[in-house]
Design a protein around this ligand. Structure first.
Ligand code: NDP
Length: 330
């Protein structure tokens, strides 16, 4: 079985050299263990943070060890009660083709008729992130005009659709014509191709002449400054991520206009989805209704083979993914 290990800690934008492909032998599972063959794994922006040796809400990856992350797989051998060969399971043992794990470290997956990889995207962590950020952190209320950055990504495209399904005006920002077309197709009212705009504030002002009530922040930098400029008084910002800073080698420039948060009485609140897993049942219930009604769409960008997992990861930073970036294994 093959796995991807962290070879060295990236400085700035990671490169293929920071990763290495290794082969391991996976023995028969021990007592209470299952052996799992992974079918899909996810690459997510937060993994960049785990490649740094620093204290954070998740511990750093270790050099010479397999990386970790979400995966769905199939049980191929079992010494554990309640898990049998053929069961689908969800785990945090991504970045590898196969592994043994104690039953407590795998979660049996009931797909409810969805493709299993949906549980790494729309029906998994990124989808729930969108829901938590909008419903709980931004406390979406009728009439809100919602602005979303990285709108064509895994989290952003779900944010756009939840807000649309709840009757809001939605403005999405993303890079490139294909992403613009996708966002229009899923009903986003105004799409900003930020790579084609010299002045993001002016573009946002055109899209939201009365201002924005909610900003779902995925990017940071100029996007945050534009949102501060165009925010209505008492607007709420759900700070989900700031991917434009993840590869920074020096302290990023602060939002130069943060003072606007004072005069406009803005509320800026960060959040980490893992502190809100209690909202998963409510989200999955709403999501399944939307999917059944045919009103919910999602895209996946897929790389094949564990050897291409680093490439998939790097694509998050060049924006080469539309919707959820995934790696298909086996
Ligand atoms: P995406 O699927 O959105 O992929 C990342 C996208 O970010 C790219 O496709 C690209 O889109 C955009 N991007 C990359 N670099 C830059 C840049 N320098 N400037 C502007 N845009 C850039 O990833 P996710 O949906 O998984 O994650 C989106 C955000 O949500 C991230 O910030 C992530 O850290 C955060 N997150 C936070 C969680 C939490 O618990 N708080 C949980 C999950 C995700 P484009 O081509 O449009 O530039």
């Amino acid at each position: 079985s093959r796995e991807i290990r962290l070879k060295s800690r990236p400085v700035g934008l990671p490169t293929a050299d920071n990763f290495e492909l290794a082969s391991v032998t996976v023995p028969a599972p021990g007592p209470g263990e299952v052996q799992v063959k992974n079918l899909w794994m996810t690459v997510d922006p937060y993994m960049r943070g785990r490649m740094m040796d620093r204290e954070s809400y998740v511990p750093p990856f270790q050099i010479g060890e397999a990386l970790q992350g979400g995966a769905v797989g199939e049980v191929v051998a079992s010494n554990a009660e309640g898990l049998k060969v053929g069961d689908l399971v969800s785990t945090m043992f991504g970045w590898r083709e196969a592994f043994n794990a104690p039953a407590g470290a795998v979660q049996k997956l009931d797909t409810h008729g969805l493709p299993p990889q949906a549980f790494l995207g729309v029906a998994g962590m990124p989808g729930l992130t969108a829901y938590v950020g909008l419903i709980k952190i931004a406390a979406l209320k009728p009439g809100d005009v919602v602005f979303v950055s990285a709108a064509a990504g895994a989290v952003g495209s779900v944010v756009c659709q939840i807000a649309k399904l709840k009757g809001h005006t939605v403005i999405g920002s993303a890079g490139g014509a294909d992403k613009v077309a996708f966002l229009k197709q899923i009903g986003v009212d105004h799409v900003i191709d930020y790579k084609a705009e010299k002045d993001l504030t002016a573009a946002l002002q055109r899209a939201a002449p009365q201002g924005i009530d909610v900003y779902f922040e995925n990017v940071g930098g100029e996007h945050l400054e534009a949102a501060l400029n165009v925010a209505k008084p008492f607007a709420r910002f759900a700070l989900c991520g700031m991917i434009s800073q993840y590869n920074a080698t020096e302290a990023p420039k602060g939002p130069s206009n943060i003072i606007l948060a004072v005069g406009k009485s803005l509320k800026l609140e960060g959040f980490i989805v893992s502190n809100h897993f209690d909202m998963a049942p409510a989200y999955l219930k709403e999501l399944s209704g939307w999917i059944q009604s045919g009103k919910f769409h999602w895209k996946e960008t897929v790389e094949n083979g564990v050897e291409n997992a680093p490439k998939a990861f790097l694509k998050l930073f060049s924006g080469e993914n539309m919707g959820k970036m995934l790696v298909k294994l086996g």
